[in-house]
Design a protein around this ligand. Structure first.
Ligand SMILES: [Zn+2]
Length: 379
């Protein structure tokens, strides 16, 4: 007998009730956001856990493990469905056909493909992936009805990354007792996974791309970055540190872009302009008022800036540390009260990494806080 709740399941995406983008893209979205969130999940210790004496380290905070596992699990799940669906649309035979019975073999060599069973369980994912890549590699020799549409041929060059993804995912769901060192994870995501996602999004830009005030597509920008494998790390890690800082800035921008409650779509037509204004204006007003109120009533707040993610003047900088010996104070961190964008001085000025933002971290003499003197040498 069917399980009670299984019998209650309904299709989400139907002809009469179409959902766009397709629900499976929520898996990709969840995975990508989890990847972005690994940055905040490393708490205030952004840089330290990456290397110890030049060797990549393992980071074991719960929040970090959660985000790391989620990113791998969901991104893999998305590709499992994505690839299976492409093959299914070419021919159900490619997803269900097992050729494991003598009769199937005879049907195959006698070219009676429609006689081969397409019922029962799907072929395992790894097998589907191999089928997909082999079909693409042999595209020119295939009959028209078995050809994978050429727009999906990019998948073949990501075969290695997709296999690694499925291995890592299996480790998580079967044992969950291992994790990649932070640097290796970052290397895997930036070199293998992000370019693959970029290629998927190239087919349909509207799926995940939310705009932000800096006009930066985080997936696009991250896909331009490459990290060297651990074995080829230079002795001087400063160059790597700078690349990692760039990745951190983009991850935080990506995370906050996903959380931003404002409509930032630059393609909104004129007819929708009033709607967007009505939707955004009160939210901006409340956040900006809150920022001003905090600045006037709370100690440790330096200035208010326009946020590089949502654009509202609700990004407040904090100077919780004061260097009494030198008689100066320096803003240490910044946080937007509207979109949740949050960043610390250790990874450098957002401005220096291409974000649309004034310089945030300047020092000033204590007791002269109202006459702040900018000094870029501090950060
Ligand atoms: Zn913001």
């Amino acid at each position: 007998m069917k399980d009670y709740f299984e019998s209650k399941l309904e299709f989400i995406n139907t002809e009469t009730r179409e959902i766009k983008p397709d629900p499976k893209f929520t898996l990709l979205r969840l995975g990508v956001i989890s990847y972005y969130e690994t940055f905040q999940a490393s708490d205030d210790r952004y840089l330290k856990p990456y290397f110890e004496g030049g060797i990549p380290t393992v980071y074991i905070w719960h929040e970090y493990i959660l985000k790391n596992y989620s990113s791998i699990k969901y991104i893999h799940l998305f590709f499992e469905q994505y690839i299976s669906e492409i093959l299914l649309n070419v021919s159900p035979l490619l997803v269900y056909g097992k050729l494991n019975k003598e009769i199937d073999l005879i049907n195959a060599i006698t070219n009676k493909w429609d006689k081969i069973s397409t019922k029962g369980r799907k072929v395992g994912y790894r097998q589907l992936l191999i089928r997909m890549c082999e079909l693409i590699r042999n595209d020119e020799e295939l009959k028209e009805n078995f050809r994978v549409p050429s727009e999906y041929h990019f998948i073949e060059k990501h075969e290695e990354g997709l296999i690694s993804l499925s291995i890592l995912r299996n480790e998580i769901i079967h044992s969950a007792d291992k994790i990649l060192p932070m640097y290796v994870y970052e290397y895997f995501m930036v070199n293998k996974v992000i370019p693959l996602i970029r290629d998927v999004l190239n087919l349909d830009r509207e799926i995940l791309n939310r705009n932000n005030f800096s006009n930066l597509s985080t997936i696009e920008e991250l896909s331009k970055i490459t990290l060297p494998p651990v074995e080829e790390l230079p002795l001087n890690l400063e160059v790597i540190q700078n690349t990692l800082n760039r990745i951190f800035h983009l991850k935080e921008l990506g995370r906050a872009t996903a959380k931003n409650p404002l409509i930032m779509d630059k393609y909104v037509g004129e007819s929708n302009y009033t709607f967007v204004e009505k939707h955004n204006a009160p939210k901006i007003k409340i956040a900006e008022y809150e920022a001003t109120f905090k600045k006037e009533n709370q100690k440790g707040i330096d200035k208010i800036y326009n946020c590089p993610c949502c654009g509202a003047k609700a990004l407040i900088t904090y100077n919780l540390w004061e260097y009494f010996e030198e008689n100066i104070a320096v803003a240490e961190s910044a946080k937007c009260l509207l979109c949740t964008y949050k960043i610390r001085r250790e990874i450098g000025e957002p401005h220096d990494f291409g974000l649309k933002c004034d310089k945030l971290y300047h020092k000033y003499e204590i007791n002269k806080a109202d006459n702040n003197v900018e000094n870029d040498n501090v950060s």
